[in-house]
Design a protein around this ligand. Structure first.
Ligand code: SF4
Length: 326
């Protein structure tokens, strides 16, 4: 039994076979690094989360050949071109159009995935995404990380929750699949606060989520605060406990693209247990079985929607004292 809706099963349904994500670096920066909003970047970020991304330059075809050679032994025939590094919509729309048109028209690219920020989706960019999405599926990955304003300020995110809400509204209007990133273990957040972020994302009408463990990386300001003892990294047991609460709070049809972190091991300071991804994933899957966790089991929105559906179909019955539904 699948306890959550995984990316792999979603990809098989969509494309009929295993489809690999290839990470590319489009040569972007972001507004919290280039001085537009800040120069320091997000407090946890060691450089755009694209350590394995292939630089594209002006020639996507060449970059595609390089990226494919890395997974040549997998025998894959379909790929998702994932523009992972920095903010993938933070450039003049002409440059974005040239880059992404090349990527989406490549015969082996089944879909285009772009990592970006909710505050970097102007009307011209949104219209470009709409056009590209008519050719092949376009996925937009939004870095939200948390819904809590104090944490958002601490991590130097640089936009309010209302900006996220509006970006999601605009993307939904254009029928663009949206995946939201959140971080588990940010300083000052309780398990309940983290679960609230997952619940909010689940209710916001997006199609996918990446649940990521907070990594403390070498050279970041987060590392300084951790070394100063201002907060503790999560243990594996704590992480799994919070993760389970998040999974239960998400709608059952939302695709979970990631259950843990995926950072470069060489810059990881803590938690070191997260470096062994295979062991972590095995521990998570065993715990989901042990604790009988299923996605959506505690999704209040889903239950109320089901109740409304049942009401409209007249399938609810009164209990003996006629005071509550069963
Ligand atoms: S996390 Fe994203 S938005 Fe923040 S500094 Fe890194 S690349 Fe820029």
């Amino acid at each position: 039994m699948e306890r959550y809706r995984s990316l792999n099963s979603c990809l098989r349904e969509l494309f009929g076979e295993k489809t690999y994500k290839l990470a590319f670096d489009g040569g972007f920066t972001c507004p919290v690094r280039d001085g537009t909003k800040d120069t320091r970047g997000c407090i946890f970020c060691a450089g755009g989360s694209g350590d394995f991304a292939i630089p594209v330059g002006d020639d996507f075809g060449r970059a595609m050949e390089m990226a494919k050679s890395v997974v040549a032994d997998k025998g894959a025939r379909k790929f998702i071109a994932y523009f992972q590094s920095y903010t993938g919509t933070y450039a003049p729309v002409e440059r974005l159009c040239s880059l992404y048109s090349q990527a989406i028209s490549h015969p082996e690219v089944a879909a285009l995935s772009i990592g970006t920020r909710p505050d970097c989706l102007g009307d011209d960019v949104l219209e470009l995404l709409r056009e590209l999405n008519r050719i092949k599926p376009v996925w937009i990955e939004l870095g939200l990380q948390t819904i809590h304003p104090a944490t958002a300020g601490y991590i130097r995110r640089g936009f309010d929750l209302a900006v996220y809400d509006e970006a999601v509204r605009q993307l939904r209007e254009r029928e663009i699949t949206t995946i939201v990133h959140m971080i588990i273990g940010l300083p000052g957040e309780t398990p309940e606060m983290i679960r609230q972020t997952a619940e909010y994302i689940g209710k916001s009408g997006v199609q996918g989520i990446k649940l990521q463990l907070l990594h403390i990386l070498r050279g970041t300001d987060l590392e300084k605060d951790w070394l100063a003892g201002k907060f503790k990294a999560l243990t594996l047991e704590e992480y799994i406990d919070i993760l389970e609460q998040c999974i239960e709070s998400l709608p059952p049809d939302m695709v979970i693209h990631r259950l843990t972190g995926d950072g470069a091991k060489r810059s990881l300071i803590a938690p070191l247990w997260s470096a062994d991804k295979k062991t972590v994933l095995n521990a998570i899957n065993s715990a989901l079985e042990r604790d009988n966790v299923t996605q959506g089991a505690k999704c209040l929105q889903c239950h109320s929607e089901r109740s409304e559906e049942s009401l409209s179909k007249g399938t609810l019955r009164f209990t003996q004292d006629d005071t509550s539904f069963i």
